[in-house]
Design a binder for this molecule. Sequence first.
Ligand SMILES: Cc1ncc(COP(=O)(O)O)c(C=O)c1O
Length: 401
Amino acid sequence: MLLPSPWRADFPAIAALQRQDQTYLDNAATTQKPQALLDALTHYYASGAANVHRAQHLPGAHATQAFENTRHKVAQWLNATHCGQIVFTHGATSALNLLAYGLEHLFNPGDEIVISASEHHANLLPWQQLAQRKHLSLIVLPLDASGVIDLNAAARLITPRTRLLAVSQLSNVLGVWQPLPALLALAKAHNVLTVIDGAQGIVHGRQDIEALGCDFYVFSSHKLYGPDGVGVLFGRHAALANLKHWQFGGEMVQDADYQHATFRSAPLGFEAGTPPIASVIGLGATLNYLSSLDQSAVNAHEAALHALLVEGLQQRPGVRLLGSPQLALVSFVVDGVHNADLAHLLTEQGIAVRAGHHCAMPLLKSLGLAGAIRVSLALYNDSDDLARFFDALDRALELLQ
Ligand SMILES: Cc1ncc(COP(=O)(O)O)c(C=O)c1O
């Protein structure tokens, strides 16, 4: 089946990679960037860079306006009610660390934090560290065979002792959507704070945070075709009001003398120091570009490619998929073949996929695996990319099996 991508030419790096004989299928790690983003970065740097929220001069006003426009676009992308709910961070990881420090004062020894068995280290280690600092218990929700969080277990494990629930929307290893509405309903019944790691989920279209009803939602721009160095923390007003300031410095201060200071509320109170200005402006341009696409056509293309990928892998003897991937990515192992050997042979043939534990070591260990190969797709991939991948896979397996 031929599945060309109508958006491929919008991403100049894809042609550049092809000239280097590289087929890029590591999009869950980071994505290539649209020309619209490159143009916005060039425009910002070529027309006059300036710091934001500080200067009266014209370049400062332009930069501040472009920066705040992105906040507005992110709020629209998430269907947040107010721009003040959008805090710029340096990525999903820094947003989660901000939460784990900023919410620390709400926990008492013996309280419980609930996560799932498939969390990325970014949504595990900050909570693990918090649990160690405050003598809390970290409770891990088990998955069913397909990789989805077991809701019966969740109903047992989310209890009046639970203070916070932190789960990812779409697993970066298993490619399954987690049942967020049901989990959030369980959490709400016990007045539990909720954190959603949207690093992979955000990539597949606009979100309706209002309808979802979580307290916090985080993501990184670079996985959403935007620049690296910037991420987003969305917080409900009441939840943000409970967040203690974590990093201190310029522009987050209301008033300061030598011995004391008071701090601004969100969002600026949580954006100490010079933010990643160009990246924030670039994220705005990326969201403009994404808004111009027909999202249902993008989703249909990605679903068709994913089906082709799953089907092709399932046809190959000895290949075992991890869980039942629904979208965007597939992780697999091959019986009798070490994932590092396979990755090496794929790399030699110009296939850029990931091998290893995918920053989810406990999950891989629980599956009895040291690692797996992950193929992850983006809107610019096409069936030719998959054909090249399968040719390379077959040649590698011929050598290894
Ligand atoms: C599910 C998930 N959460 C969090 C992260 C961390 O994102 P970043 O490294 O951009 O902070 C990743 C990155 O792979 C991820 O896949």
